[in-house]
Write a protein that binds this ligand. Structure first.
Ligand SMILES: [Zn+2]
Length: 265
């Protein structure tokens, strides 16, 4: 069993401010991030995983303390420029995918660090629904028919996961309220993640499979200050300008959506 693990940081327990998740800030703290990733690896190994590939997919892509992880892991750090982005190197050879530290979408109030791909977006809608990075990554996994079986993060994104497929195991490690977060204890988070991953991987995997939509209408709404970026985006091949801050991209091919996101955001 070969497992893929996509890691973000805004959905790690205890973290509430950009100062704690950006490497260049003095309050930056990656200790618990590494611990939650380690717990997920331990859960996967307990379920029979022989190999775990981990993508450090937050900001610089250099947040995980690799030496603290089990030896049968591979780490993808920094960004290659491949449109698969937070799911780089994923292919059909993986048995299942896990997500750690994921967070609520732009336009929601369930995490003070809520955003989707860029802080310049009010929302990113796919087929009329505002989506989070979970959906973007889960559709990438669906392209390769790899089931996403587990996600940990804030309560808002966990709820979004359940609305898409109630079988996917989730562990909510915190709840956002205004600028604050109410978190569970770091040890509890580790324990819940390890158990949740093991449970998710020992169940029949067919129940987790997501169906990729056949057609994609992707609407990007930029913030008022980011109108120059909307203008620039309107020149991307196939892009339609809806207003000073909104653009629309339509395609049947999800990889084209990922390419557009890479070049436009
Ligand atoms: Zn992030």
């Amino acid at each position: 069993m070969k497992i893929y693990l996509s890691v973000d940081m805004e959905g790690i327990t205890g973290l509430s401010s950009w100062d704690e998740v950006l490497k260049e800030k003095k309050d930056y703290c990656n200790k618990q991030l590494t611990q939650e990733v380690k717990a997920a690896c331990q859960g996967a190994i307990a379920a029979g995983a022989k190999e775990v590939w981990i993508n450090d997919a937050h900001d610089s892509g250099r947040n995980i303390d690799f030496a603290k992880l089990p030896p049968n892991t591979k780490l993808i750090s920094s960004w290659s420029g491949n449109p698969l982005s937070m799911m780089q190197e994923l292919d059909e050879s993986f048995t299942a995918a896990l997500m750690i530290g994921y967070h609520s979408a732009s336009g929601t109030e369930t995490n003070p660090l809520a955003h989707t791909m860029s802080s310049k977006l009010n929302y990113l809608k796919i087929n009329g629904e505002p989506v989070s990075e979970f959906i973007i990554s889960a559709y990438t996994a669906a392209m390769f028919k790899v089931p996403v079986v587990f996600l940990s993060g804030d309560q808002g994104v966990c709820q979004e996961v359940k609305e898409i497929n109630k079988n996917i195991e989730t562990v909510a490690v915190k709840e956002g309220k205004g600028k604050s977060v109410i978190s569970i204890h770091p040890e509890q988070a580790k324990d819940n993640i390890k158990k949740g991953v093991e449970q998710a991987l020992t169940a029949p995997l067919e129940k987790y499979q997501l169906k990729l939509p056949e057609y994609f209408k992707v609407e990007l709404s930029f913030t008022a200050q980011a109108h120059p970026q909307a203008y620039k985006a309107s020149f991307y091949p196939g892009m339609k300008k809806l207003s000073a801050t909104k653009v629309l991209f339509e395609t049947q091919d999800y990889f084209e959506v990922l390419k557009m996101i890479l070049f436009v955001l």
